[in-house]
Write a protein that binds this ligand. Structure first.
Ligand code: NAD
Length: 505
């Protein structure tokens, strides 16, 4: 019997929608349909595919308010954040790739060394086939749509499994595909949870793009590696913010408050650890507390989206308090009650053994830690298993570059937070346990492409010098290598004469 999926507003508990779950036994049929759709879609020109991208952008622009409402009721986000951080980045990437994709995906001419005189080289890009995209609940629209769009432009068909925590977003994406008349089965949405995700991974994808937790990412990476299926993993973070005494302090305070509490802290690149130089630590904390107390729940800070995440946040905060941390803003977890709205918390008196410094909290929590030297700040920033994003705050540009270059992270920002992800020209992705592979930028199309390197000969010469027979060739080739790899200005002339001699034989 089919399971009924019921979507509820995370903060009010009100039922938003209900429909049928995708049955696990339906997975092979989905891949068959995706494979047929791939044949059709990949045979269309890039220009034709981009007409759908234009239509999609127009549809999103025409229906902004409705889409924002859908995102808000699925997640409990505030409207401004649904608009700026979930919907707008999708419109932006559509526009970016509409212009950029023809340059990125066209044949790339590659130079051919003189040694291979007469030949030419190039790289061609082909779609992978059917790409499986599995997405999380924190930016359910953006984190589904951006890889979907990138995969479609590159010519793939897509099976998308959105998070079961925000399931109405899958319905929304199906609706968008219908509204723009995207050919049937070019995108299929699989509605369901972890078991369905596992079944899809065990199916026959030609590529996997996963955004979610480290734990799930590891399982998917292992499964995909067994069958050499190319995969990209966009995983968790514990992002450090380093504030030096010469930082633009007021700006750093505003940056920290926004970076830690936007989307109620449920951001893979949230500011989750703030390291402040001792000389300005006191002043920084005072200002932080003042600014944080100004935030309005429900207007600036939305609700949490996922009940289980609330338990993790509670566990981290209680662990910190038990080990001596001081809660400067927000409520003690014992006083949170049933509400999914959590007041932003600033904690000080932090020690390295606290979960709040080592594990991803994914909530409105900001531990602030003092440091003395540049070396100490770098060492502390690099001390977790994660490497997604980091920020360095100082007016000294040389120091900013020096420190940033020593951080082991996939992305970094100077005198700002999170924002590198918003530039569609910049590739995005993590290092260490934060993941592998990149999307956004040109890499975002190559991730969904199969590259082929080609070398072409006009086919006029009867044979090549390295072909058989080898008789009497060794010494001549040795001389050729010496001439070729020396700095001899007559190299070209020498090579030509060698080629002639060798080919006479
Ligand atoms: P999650 O790993 O629990 O679930 C993500 C998706 O994977 C869901 O659709 C889920 O149904 C599916 N899934 C779960 N187990 C699976 C399995 N065994 N096989 C296949 N699919 C499976 O993550 P979440 O709680 O939805 O998301 C929060 C996490 O995502 C955080 O760690 C956050 O940092 C990370 N995240 C990373 C980025 C990034 O770009 N690096 C962006 C947003 C969120």
């Amino acid at each position: 019997m089919k399971n009924v999926l019921i979507a509820k507003h995370p903060a009010t508990g009100e039922t938003i929608d209900q429909w049928l779950e995708t049955e696990i036994q339906h997975v092979p049929e989905m891949y068959e349909k995706a494979s047929a759709a791939f044949k059709f879609w990949s045979s269309r020109s890039l220009e034709t595919r981009l007409t759908f991208i234009k239509k999609m952008k127009q549809y999103l622009l025409d229906n902004m308010d409705e889409i924002v409402e859908e995102i808000c009721s699925a997640t409990g986000k505030v409207r401004t954040e649904a608009l700026t951080a979930d919907l707008m980045p999708v419109i932006d990437i559509l526009q970016h790739y509409e212009k950029r994709a023809p340059k990125v995906l066209k044949r790339k001419r590659i130079s051919t060394p003189l040694l291979f005189v007469g030949k030419s080289s190039y790289v061609d890009y082909f779609p992978l086939g059917t790409v499986l995209i599995i997405s999380p609940w924190n930016y359910p629209f953006q984190l589904s749509m951006t890889p979907v769009i990138s995969a479609l432009i590159a010519g793939n068909s897509v099976i998308l499994k959105p998070s079961e925590v925000t399931p109405t977003i899958g319905l929304l994406i199906e609706k968008i595909a219908r509204e723009i008349n995207l050919p049937k089965n070019v995108i299929q949405v699989a509605h369901g949870g972890k078991e369905l995700g596992q079944e899809l991974v065990s199916g026959t994808p030609d590529g996997i793009f996963f955004t979610g937790s480290v734990e799930t990412g590891r399982k998917i990476g292992i499964e995909a590696s067994k069958r050499f299926i190319p995969y990209t993993l966009e995983l968790g973070g514990k992002d450090p913010m380093i504030v030096f005494e010469d930082a633009p302090l007021k700006r750093a305070v505003h940056g920290a408050v926004w970076g830690a509490f936007t989307n109620a802290g449920q951001v893979c690149m949230s500011v989750e650890r703030v390291y402040v130089q001792s000389s300005v630590h006191g002043e920084f904390i005072d200002r932080l507390v003042e600014e944080t107390k100004k935030l309005k729940i429900g207007e600036d800070v939305g609700s949490l989206t996922f009940q289980q995440q609330k338990e993790i946040i509670k566990d981290h905060v209680l662990d910190a308090i038990d080990k001596g941390a001081l809660l400067l803003t927000g409520k003690h977890p014992d006083k949170w009650g049933e509400s999914m709205y959590i007041e932003p918390m600033i904690l000080t008196n932090i020690t390295e053994d606290m979960k709040i410094v080592r594990e991803e909290t994914f909530g409105p929590v900001m531990p602030v830690i003092a440091f003395t030297t540049e070396e100490e700040a770098i060492q502390k920033a690099n001390s977790t298993e994660f490497g997604l994003n980091a920020s360095v705050w100082t007016k000294d540009s040389t120091k900013a570059n020096r420190v940033t270059s020593r951080l082991v992270t996939g992305n970094a920002v100077i005198n700002d937070v999170l924002i590198s992800v918003a530039n569609p020209h910049l590739p995005f992705g993590g290092v260490k346990s934060s993941g592998t592979g990149r999307y956004h930028g040109d890499e975002g199309l190559y991730t969904f492409s199969r590259q082929m390197s080609v070398m072409k000969d006009p086919g006029i010469k009867q044979k090549e010098i390295n072909w058989y027979p080898y008789q009497n060739k060794y010494k001549k080739v040795r001389t050729l290598i010496r001439a070729y790899f020396s700095n001899n200005k007559q190299k070209a002339a020498l090579l030509r004469s060698f080629y002639k001699q060798l080919l006479k034989k």
